[in-house]
Design a protein around this ligand. Sequence first.
Ligand code: F6R
Length: 606
Amino acid sequence: MCGIFAYTGKKESLPILLDGLTSLEYRGYDSAGIYMAETGSVKSVGAVENLKLKIKGDEKGKSGIAHLRWATHGEPTEINAHPHHDAKEHIWVVHNGIIENFKELKEFLTKRGRVFLSSTDTEVLAHLISYYLDEKKNFEQAVIAALNDVKGTYGIAVSYKNEPEKIIAARQGAPVVVGIGDGENFIASDPSPILRYTKDVIFLQDGEVIVITPSSHLIYKLDSSQIKRDKETIEWEVEQARKSGYEHFMLKEIMEGPEVIENTIRGRLIVEEGLAKLGGLEMVAEKLRSMKRIIIVGCGTAYYAGLVGEYMIEEYAGIPVEVEVGSEFRYRKPLIDEHTILLAVSQSGETADTLEAIREAKRKGVLTLGIVNTVGSTIARETDAGIYNHAGPEMGVASTKAFVSQLAALSLLTLFLGRQRQMSLSTGKRIAEEIKLLPEKIKQITDKKEEIQKVAQKYSEARDFLYIGRKYNFPIAYEGALKLKEVSYIHAEGYGAGEMKHGPLAMIDEHFPTLAIVPSDSVYEKNVSNIQEIKARKGKVVSVVTEGNKELDDLSDDTIKIPKTLEMLSPILTIVPLQLFAYYFATTKGLNVDRPRNLAKSVTVE
Ligand code: F6R
């Protein structure tokens, strides 16, 4: 997601702010900006280098705030880049997160004469704080009052032209670290830009506000009560800090699963009505009601997400779905009519094969939708409507957190389309309730990562691995195998469990292990039979099973347990141990999982 940084102290702040932004660049971003109370703001689209080119050299000040933006609301343009300000240009805000009720707040403020310049959710914060200043509150009181009106997530830093030494920061669901220096203090989204100045930090907790000056820091709660918190000393190196202390981005991103699902579903579920509220589809909702067929396109991991979507949408919305890899779609003659829509799934939003499939569909007059993680990306711009994942930038080349968020987005879409059709209120409610529980259930799996590590280490000498699953978990067999292939370079194959006896069973012997995805679902018994066939040929089996399952403890060589959920949502849980398995398998071999050989994060060539 976005990165925030702020400084107040004795030194000239400009080089410190620019250095801070450079340290945060690894998080991924599309625009940058700084504000210093004495000389104002500078913003640019693209790299921090572009921002530096716009610096005239006369920017001065002993404090300032800075931001790298990864667009969530509004395109990546200079006007949408942070910091954002109020009408008088007194209050300046940098923000990481999403203000869910920004439309209501904007309406409230617009009625009171405030004029908005950008299409961001963040700008409301600047105007709201300024509104409370006009109501005769002081700077601290105005920030706290504004935050009490806000729903959503934020890590913010606020500067006030009339009190330039003071920076106020706050946290709700987005990280804020405070660096405590000698006559200087810092705010940042993670410790990496702070560590070169001080190792003493305070990690702000949700619902806390901190007021820093060069020589003080005071922490408040949102009810304005003051609290005390000791600073802690961190010994991380900068590289470690970027990965939140994890050894690799891949592990960090798998561990982010719960937060990623929270972000994908935030504000989009009305549980009591069994509905999904998808703002990005509002303008095409009527067309979707009469739509009779969906073609999903994607590549690699995104394609496998599409395959899970096929099972979800067909079963619960009753709409026929076909899934196609982007690179094939345009080379055959797709049979399309006015009731067909094309849904593209893409993390980067830049994958050439997927993009060309969209363009081909548009040439044929088809309505195109996107499930895209990168706001403002080409696919996001070229599709007619869509759903953003809000998973944050994915740094590891192997897609992990984007996949779980794609599945969560597809489950929301299924609910949306299903409730437009025959799906009952009670089914809708059950799905919505279970979606809400997913973050906690993923956490129960990631909490057991050491257990999964031991299993992966046990098999790390294997040269081949078979992955099997059925129905909703058939695509998960493909995706699990893809993860192992790309980070460990060994041969791994995904197969439908029922297909084993039509060929692959011939490969099985004591040196060819199988990873079986066998949650307690409607195809459980069939999967157990397939495992028995493998065991009869001396094949080793690692099974991913639902908690409470004893049968497979006996039948398998190793089992990994996951919590129970609805069958349609089970892939969102079963994939997590497979991601961890691939991660530990490859790291046991000493491989660079974040940068696998021969692969690029974004494939912009056909
Ligand atoms: C695998 C992986 C790739 C991508 C594929 C599509 O871990 O990352 O298979 O899923 O290249 O990329 P996006 O989703 O950016 O279109």
